[in-house]
Design a protein around this ligand. Sequence first.
Ligand code: ADE
Length: 255
Amino acid sequence: MTLRVTVVTIFPKLIEQYLNSSVLGRATQRALLDVTVLDLRSYTDDPRRSIDDSPYGGGPGMLMMPEPVFRALADPHVVRPTIGLSPIGATFRQSDAVALSQLDGFTLLCGRYEGFDARIEEACDRLISIGDFVLAGGELAALVVIEATARLLNGVLGNEESAREESFAMDRLLEHPQYTRPRVLGGHEVPEVLLSGDHEEVDRWRYAQRLLRTLERRPDLIEARGGISREEVELLHRYGYDEVLQTMNKERFER
Ligand code: ADE
């Protein structure tokens, strides 16, 4: 099945160029992804093709006008849900990418200037932000959403990678460290366990590394999953990673 994505933007070339490269180009060639880019300026009715105007009540900058957007959203290419990219939207997460990858399609509306007229926000089925920072427009955010979603489609990545993806989605831990050749580099050696050929031991070690990394780098993710279990504490202990446990409030992390 093909995921149908429509992007409404004033920078169609920017979107198209990125889409034609990398993993997204491959997804399109394989007919797994079909992106239609609509140029917002072609939905204006004035000769200057303007799409922005100053805000009522005053204030700096220009707002995206509602009429051209509404005309664009009436285009037959527009697939619902319609999603506006905006810093006031809900923060985009991996679970959202998974949910979007399971739809027939969706439409992304990129904002420019100081923001949307509020009636545009109301017309969207939802608003998505890619993080707590302000971009100059929604184009990069739209590409982030498309890439995170399209790489989950069956056949876009190899099977190996899809399996790894599942493990992140299920237990919400960061990836373990990975190594390729050379075995020794400037005194830094690849951990012995990875050369052992003992797959069960490799899996255990990797799981411990994922716990360790997440505890150190993203304690918020550990909290969100309800802490770490007794077995996980034991696993960390087994590899001598007691220090990280001692520096944390144990009550908070044991589930
Ligand atoms: N437009 C401007 N900033 C944005 C953000 N953080 N996420 C999505 N769209 C945006």
